[in-house]
Design a protein around this ligand. Structure first.
Ligand code: ATP
Ligand code: MG
Length: 250
Protein backbone atom coordinates (compact mmCIF):
# COMPACT_ATOMS: atom_id res chain seq x y z
CA UNK A 1 0.00 0.00 0.00
CA UNK A 2 1.13 3.53 -0.76
CA UNK A 3 1.91 5.96 2.03
CA UNK A 4 -0.52 8.89 2.05
CA UNK A 5 0.81 10.83 5.03
CA UNK A 6 4.26 10.96 6.48
CA UNK A 7 5.84 13.16 9.11
CA UNK A 8 9.57 13.26 9.67
CA UNK A 9 11.03 14.40 12.98
CA UNK A 10 8.07 16.75 13.38
CA UNK A 11 8.60 19.06 16.35
CA UNK A 12 6.64 21.89 17.98
CA UNK A 13 7.32 23.61 21.29
CA UNK A 14 5.29 26.07 23.31
CA UNK A 15 7.97 27.86 25.33
CA UNK A 16 9.80 25.15 27.28
CA UNK A 17 7.19 22.50 26.51
CA UNK A 18 7.80 20.15 23.59
CA UNK A 19 4.18 19.40 22.67
CA UNK A 20 5.21 17.41 19.56
CA UNK A 21 8.67 15.93 19.80
CA UNK A 22 10.36 14.44 16.72
CA UNK A 23 7.34 12.53 15.51
CA UNK A 24 7.76 10.10 12.65
CA UNK A 25 4.35 9.02 11.47
CA UNK A 26 3.58 6.97 8.40
CA UNK A 27 -0.04 6.35 7.39
CA UNK A 28 -1.07 4.06 4.55
CA UNK A 29 -3.72 4.89 1.99
CA UNK A 30 -7.12 3.59 3.15
CA UNK A 31 -6.02 3.04 6.72
CA UNK A 32 -7.97 3.94 9.87
CA UNK A 33 -5.26 5.16 12.23
CA UNK A 34 -5.91 6.10 15.84
CA UNK A 35 -3.66 8.54 17.64
CA UNK A 36 -4.17 7.97 21.34
CA UNK A 37 -2.54 9.24 24.49
CA UNK A 38 -3.35 10.88 27.82
CA UNK A 39 -4.57 14.48 28.06
CA UNK A 40 -1.90 16.88 26.90
CA UNK A 41 0.01 14.18 24.98
CA UNK A 42 0.15 16.39 21.87
CA UNK A 43 -2.60 14.88 19.70
CA UNK A 44 -4.43 18.09 18.83
CA UNK A 45 -1.15 19.91 18.32
CA UNK A 46 -0.08 17.20 15.85
CA UNK A 47 -3.35 17.71 13.92
CA UNK A 48 -2.84 21.48 13.99
CA UNK A 49 0.61 21.05 12.43
CA UNK A 50 -0.54 18.63 9.73
CA UNK A 51 -3.54 20.78 8.78
CA UNK A 52 -1.47 23.97 8.66
CA UNK A 53 -3.12 25.68 11.64
CA UNK A 54 0.18 26.00 13.51
CA UNK A 55 3.65 26.59 12.07
CA UNK A 56 6.08 23.79 12.83
CA UNK A 57 9.46 24.35 14.53
CA UNK A 58 11.31 21.65 12.61
CA UNK A 59 10.76 18.49 10.63
CA UNK A 60 8.73 17.73 7.55
CA UNK A 61 5.20 16.77 6.52
CA UNK A 62 4.69 14.82 3.30
CA UNK A 63 1.37 14.10 1.60
CA UNK A 64 1.67 11.43 -1.09
CA UNK A 65 5.38 12.19 -1.14
CA UNK A 66 4.89 15.95 -1.67
CA UNK A 67 6.26 18.35 0.90
CA UNK A 68 3.32 20.26 2.44
CA UNK A 69 5.21 21.57 5.47
CA UNK A 70 3.95 24.99 6.59
CA UNK A 71 1.62 25.47 3.63
CA UNK A 72 -1.39 27.67 4.45
CA UNK A 73 -4.61 25.96 5.59
CA UNK A 74 -6.49 26.49 2.31
CA UNK A 75 -3.69 24.91 0.25
CA UNK A 76 -3.56 21.87 2.51
CA UNK A 77 -7.32 21.58 2.15
CA UNK A 78 -6.93 21.67 -1.64
CA UNK A 79 -4.54 18.73 -1.41
CA UNK A 80 -7.44 16.79 0.09
CA UNK A 81 -6.72 16.96 3.81
CA UNK A 82 -9.79 17.88 5.82
CA UNK A 83 -10.21 17.98 9.58
CA UNK A 84 -12.79 18.20 12.31
CA UNK A 85 -12.24 19.77 15.70
CA UNK A 86 -12.23 18.56 19.28
CA UNK A 87 -14.50 21.49 20.15
CA UNK A 88 -17.30 21.61 17.60
CA UNK A 89 -16.66 24.25 15.01
CA UNK A 90 -19.85 25.02 13.10
CA UNK A 91 -21.85 28.16 12.34
CA UNK A 92 -24.67 27.79 14.90
CA UNK A 93 -27.09 30.30 13.36
CA UNK A 94 -26.82 28.95 9.83
CA UNK A 95 -28.87 25.95 8.77
CA UNK A 96 -27.36 22.50 8.38
CA UNK A 97 -27.62 22.96 4.61
CA UNK A 98 -25.80 26.32 4.70
CA UNK A 99 -23.01 24.97 6.91
CA UNK A 100 -22.27 22.30 4.30
CA UNK A 101 -22.86 24.70 1.40
CA UNK A 102 -19.96 26.95 2.42
CA UNK A 103 -17.17 24.43 1.71
CA UNK A 104 -18.99 23.20 -1.41
CA UNK A 105 -19.17 26.75 -2.82
CA UNK A 106 -15.60 27.46 -1.88
CA UNK A 107 -14.46 24.26 -3.64
CA UNK A 108 -16.44 24.63 -6.87
CA UNK A 109 -16.87 28.41 -6.61
CA UNK A 110 -14.75 29.32 -9.59
CA UNK A 111 -17.19 27.70 -11.98
CA UNK A 112 -20.24 29.46 -10.48
CA UNK A 113 -21.91 32.65 -11.56
CA UNK A 114 -22.62 34.71 -8.46
CA UNK A 115 -25.75 36.43 -9.81
CA UNK A 116 -27.72 33.34 -8.78
CA UNK A 117 -27.78 32.66 -5.01
CA UNK A 118 -25.57 29.64 -4.32
CA UNK A 119 -28.35 27.56 -2.77
CA UNK A 120 -30.37 27.81 -6.00
CA UNK A 121 -27.58 26.43 -8.15
CA UNK A 122 -28.37 22.78 -8.97
CA UNK A 123 -24.74 21.63 -8.78
CA UNK A 124 -24.35 23.12 -5.29
CA UNK A 125 -27.67 21.68 -4.12
CA UNK A 126 -26.80 18.28 -5.47
CA UNK A 127 -23.41 18.20 -3.78
CA UNK A 128 -24.71 19.43 -0.42
CA UNK A 129 -27.49 16.82 -0.41
CA UNK A 130 -25.08 14.07 -1.40
CA UNK A 131 -22.98 14.84 1.68
CA UNK A 132 -26.00 15.23 3.99
CA UNK A 133 -27.35 11.93 2.71
CA UNK A 134 -24.10 10.08 3.38
CA UNK A 135 -24.05 11.36 6.95
CA UNK A 136 -27.78 10.92 7.62
CA UNK A 137 -28.68 14.59 8.07
CA UNK A 138 -30.93 15.13 5.03
CA UNK A 139 -34.10 15.48 7.07
CA UNK A 140 -32.51 18.15 9.25
CA UNK A 141 -31.16 20.22 6.34
CA UNK A 142 -33.26 23.30 7.11
CA UNK A 143 -32.82 23.36 10.87
CA UNK A 144 -30.42 25.91 12.32
CA UNK A 145 -27.28 24.07 13.43
CA UNK A 146 -27.86 25.22 16.99
CA UNK A 147 -31.13 23.22 17.13
CA UNK A 148 -29.29 19.93 16.58
CA UNK A 149 -28.40 17.51 19.35
CA UNK A 150 -24.74 17.38 20.36
CA UNK A 151 -24.30 14.13 18.39
CA UNK A 152 -25.84 15.64 15.26
CA UNK A 153 -23.63 18.73 15.61
CA UNK A 154 -20.52 16.51 15.67
CA UNK A 155 -21.85 14.66 12.61
CA UNK A 156 -22.51 17.99 10.90
CA UNK A 157 -18.90 18.85 11.47
CA UNK A 158 -17.94 15.62 9.76
CA UNK A 159 -20.27 16.55 6.89
CA UNK A 160 -18.48 19.90 6.57
CA UNK A 161 -15.14 18.09 6.46
CA UNK A 162 -16.52 15.66 3.85
CA UNK A 163 -17.84 18.50 1.67
CA UNK A 164 -14.23 19.31 0.83
CA UNK A 165 -14.01 15.89 -0.85
CA UNK A 166 -10.95 14.89 1.14
CA UNK A 167 -8.81 11.84 0.63
CA UNK A 168 -7.50 12.16 4.19
CA UNK A 169 -9.60 13.17 7.18
CA UNK A 170 -8.18 14.16 10.54
CA UNK A 171 -10.91 13.70 13.15
CA UNK A 172 -10.12 15.12 16.58
CA UNK A 173 -12.28 13.24 19.10
CA UNK A 174 -15.24 12.74 16.74
CA UNK A 175 -17.41 11.22 19.49
CA UNK A 176 -16.47 13.52 22.40
CA UNK A 177 -19.39 14.14 24.74
CA UNK A 178 -21.75 11.79 22.86
CA UNK A 179 -24.15 9.33 24.43
CA UNK A 180 -23.19 5.65 24.01
CA UNK A 181 -25.86 5.18 21.29
CA UNK A 182 -24.70 8.27 19.40
CA UNK A 183 -21.11 7.10 19.75
CA UNK A 184 -21.86 3.66 18.31
CA UNK A 185 -23.80 5.19 15.42
CA UNK A 186 -21.04 7.69 14.63
CA UNK A 187 -18.34 5.03 14.69
CA UNK A 188 -20.32 2.94 12.19
CA UNK A 189 -20.76 6.05 10.07
CA UNK A 190 -17.04 6.80 10.05
CA UNK A 191 -16.29 3.24 8.98
CA UNK A 192 -18.94 3.22 6.27
CA UNK A 193 -18.11 6.64 4.84
CA UNK A 194 -14.38 6.08 4.67
CA UNK A 195 -14.85 2.70 3.00
CA UNK A 196 -17.36 3.94 0.45
CA UNK A 197 -15.44 7.09 -0.41
CA UNK A 198 -11.96 5.56 -0.01
CA UNK A 199 -10.95 8.13 2.60
CA UNK A 200 -8.02 7.54 4.91
CA UNK A 201 -8.82 8.41 8.53
CA UNK A 202 -6.50 9.59 11.27
CA UNK A 203 -8.45 10.14 14.47
CA UNK A 204 -7.98 10.78 18.16
CA UNK A 205 -10.24 9.21 20.74
CA UNK A 206 -10.25 8.63 24.47
CA UNK A 207 -12.66 5.67 24.42
CA UNK A 208 -10.37 2.65 24.13
CA UNK A 209 -13.10 0.24 23.06
CA UNK A 210 -13.81 2.41 20.01
CA UNK A 211 -10.12 2.69 19.29
CA UNK A 212 -9.57 -1.06 19.48
CA UNK A 213 -12.67 -1.86 17.46
CA UNK A 214 -12.19 0.36 14.40
CA UNK A 215 -8.48 1.08 14.04
CA UNK A 216 -6.19 -0.71 11.64
CA UNK A 217 -3.21 0.66 13.50
CA UNK A 218 -2.71 2.73 16.64
CA UNK A 219 0.01 5.25 17.46
CA UNK A 220 0.39 6.05 21.14
CA UNK A 221 1.57 9.52 22.05
CA UNK A 222 2.97 10.45 25.43
CA UNK A 223 4.54 13.81 26.24
CA UNK A 224 4.86 14.63 22.56
CA UNK A 225 6.52 11.37 21.55
CA UNK A 226 5.30 8.16 19.97
CA UNK A 227 5.90 5.52 22.62
CA UNK A 228 4.23 2.60 20.83
CA UNK A 229 2.71 1.78 17.47
CA UNK A 230 1.00 -1.24 16.03
CA UNK A 231 -2.17 -3.23 15.51
CA UNK A 232 -4.86 -3.11 18.25
CA UNK A 233 -3.85 -6.50 19.63
CA UNK A 234 -0.22 -5.33 19.96
CA UNK A 235 -1.17 -2.13 21.76
CA UNK A 236 -3.80 -3.42 24.18
CA UNK A 237 -1.32 -5.13 26.47
CA UNK A 238 1.75 -3.02 25.74
CA UNK A 239 3.47 -2.23 29.05
CA UNK A 240 4.61 1.27 28.11
CA UNK A 241 1.08 2.15 27.02
CA UNK A 242 -0.51 0.85 30.21
CA UNK A 243 2.08 2.75 32.23
CA UNK A 244 1.43 6.02 30.35
CA UNK A 245 -2.29 5.74 31.01
CA UNK A 246 -2.03 4.55 34.60
CA UNK A 247 0.39 7.39 35.28
CA UNK A 248 -2.51 9.72 34.56
CA UNK A 249 -4.69 8.40 37.38
CA UNK A 250 -4.43 10.75 40.39
N1 ATP B 1 -1.40 27.21 21.84
C1 ATP B 1 -0.77 26.67 22.89
N2 ATP B 1 0.03 27.40 23.69
C2 ATP B 1 0.68 26.84 24.73
N3 ATP B 1 0.59 25.55 25.07
C3 ATP B 1 -0.19 24.76 24.33
C4 ATP B 1 -0.92 25.27 23.19
N4 ATP B 1 -1.62 24.26 22.64
C5 ATP B 1 -1.35 23.17 23.38
N5 ATP B 1 -0.50 23.47 24.38
C6 ATP B 1 0.06 22.51 25.36
O1 ATP B 1 0.67 21.48 24.61
C7 ATP B 1 0.44 20.20 25.22
C8 ATP B 1 -0.26 19.30 24.22
O2 ATP B 1 -1.58 19.77 24.05
P1 ATP B 1 -2.60 19.09 23.05
O3 ATP B 1 -3.83 19.92 23.07
O4 ATP B 1 -1.95 18.86 21.75
O5 ATP B 1 -2.87 17.69 23.77
P2 ATP B 1 -3.94 16.55 23.46
O6 ATP B 1 -3.20 15.28 23.36
O7 ATP B 1 -4.79 16.96 22.30
O8 ATP B 1 -4.81 16.54 24.80
P3 ATP B 1 -6.37 16.23 25.02
O9 ATP B 1 -6.49 14.74 25.07
O10 ATP B 1 -6.67 16.84 26.37
O11 ATP B 1 -7.15 16.87 23.92
C9 ATP B 1 -0.36 20.49 26.48
O12 ATP B 1 0.52 20.54 27.57
C10 ATP B 1 -0.99 21.83 26.20
O13 ATP B 1 -1.23 22.53 27.40
MG1 MG C 1 -6.77 17.30 22.03
Amino acid sequence: MAIILETKQLTKSFGELRAVDQINLSVEEGEIRAIIGPNGAGKTTLFNLISGRLPIDSGQILFRGKDITNLPVHKILRYGISRSFQITNIFPKLTVFENVMIPVVSRIGKSLNFITPAKKIPKVNEEVYKVLESIGLTEKAYLPATALSHGDQKRLEMAIALANQPTLMLLDEPTAGMSPEDTAQTVELIKKVCQELAITIVFTEHDMEIVFSISDRISVLHQGRIIAEGKPQDIRYNERVIEAYLGEVP
